[in-house]
Design a protein around this ligand. Structure first.
Ligand code: PAF
Length: 317
């Protein structure tokens, strides 16, 4: 199978590297030529538990994203794993616009919401699927360290292709990821998983980004916990008005995500520290927009949205 990995950050390299080692042909697509050259020149090492997987330079095919459309027209891929952040979606859409009449199969690994609608509008014939993953990885220049084994759930998004083709293809991707060493299944509850993840990100990410703390330090004082709870309650209000039901013990699940990722720098904090734009608009911004449509107010999300947006990127620098 030919798998295109768009975005060679920690998760992209982890998934791509392991799919490559499982015998697939993997093409990495990076934002710049320099990033592609670095990968093709130095290779990458994946560290998990006590195993080291060395992917040698001559095993790696890495190119800048601007070459994707032409390459794909000549040699189509079977699956494209979209592993850029929400903030990279518009650039991705721009780069693949020459492929808008092709039937690409795209698995979307983003936090937050809004990207699937955008992609569907730009690529009406593409088969889109959502991938919700609890896999985590850290990257230093040439090494990627897997943060323990997570779970990945795939779910169909669109109705462009016939249901049976979509279903078959999604199961094929789940099978490939399993062979590569990931706990991956197709879920028929993907919407619930997406809203669960949105809630978790809407509480953990902006607070860790503002306070500049790892996830595990969120719930250690009453003040911090109170604000977490306020954000949580506002989301549940919106969800209940929209008829979205999560598990009864969702608060405990949220705290347990903070515990299990205690030493993590959340993705939003990482963006703030690096002076990059954040995904706050697709996370807390999405909650604010959902609330407005329902005639509700979510003041804590609104203020955090503005606080984080005010830090971006020129504010940080
Ligand atoms: O965005 C993130 O960092 C992650 O989704 C999570 C779950 C908050 C853990 O850091």
């Amino acid at each position: 199978m030919i798998i295109d990995i768009v975005g060679a950050g920690a998760l992209g390299l982890l998934f791509g590297g392991k799919l490559l080692m499982a015998g697939n042909q993997v093409r990495f697509w990076t934002r710049t030529t320099a990033q592609a050259d670095l990968l093709s020149h130095d290779g990458v090492t994946i560290l998990e538990r006590d195993v080291e997987i060395h992917i040698l330079p001559d095993q790696i095919l890495a190119k800048p994203i601007s070459d994707l459309a032409d390459t794909w027209k000549k040699t189509p891929g079977d699956w494209l794993l979209l592993m850029v952040k929400q903030t990279g979606i518009d650039d991705f859409i721009h780069e693949i616009s020459p492929l808008q009449d092709y039937m690409l199969s795209i698995a979307c690994f983003q936090n937050g919401m809004g990207h699937l609608e955008k992609l569907q509008a730009a690529m009406p014939k593409a088969l889109l699927c959502s991938a919700i993953t609890t896999e985590g990885a850290k990257r230093t220049q040439l090494e990627v360290t897997r943060a323990g084994a997570g779970e990945t759930r795939l779910g169909r998004y669109n109705i462009a292709a016939s249901i049976s083709i979509e279903e078959k293809k999604t199961f094929t991707l789940a099978g490939l990821l399993q062979q590569a060493g990931f706990d991956c299944t197709v879920s028929n509850e993907i919407d619930k998983l997406i809203y669960r993840k949105l809630l978790i990100n809407a509480v953990i990410n902006p607070l860790t980004a503002l306070w500049r703390i790892p996830n595990g330090e969120l719930f250690i004082t009453e003040e911090r916990k109170r604000l977490m709870r306020q954000l949580y309650d506002e989301v549940l209000l919106v969800y209940s008005e929209r008829g979205i039901c999560l598990d009864q013990d969702m608060w405990d699940q949220l705290i347990s995500v903070c515990r299990s990722t205690a030493t993590n720098t959340s993705s939003m904090l990482a963006d703030v520290l690096a002076g990059r734009g954040t995904e706050v608009g697709s996370i807390n911004g999405h909650i604010v927009r959902m609330a407005r449509k329902l005639g509700l107010v979510v003041p804590t999300h609104e203020i955090l949205l503005h606080l984080i947006e005010g830090m971006q990127p020129e504010g940080v620098n």
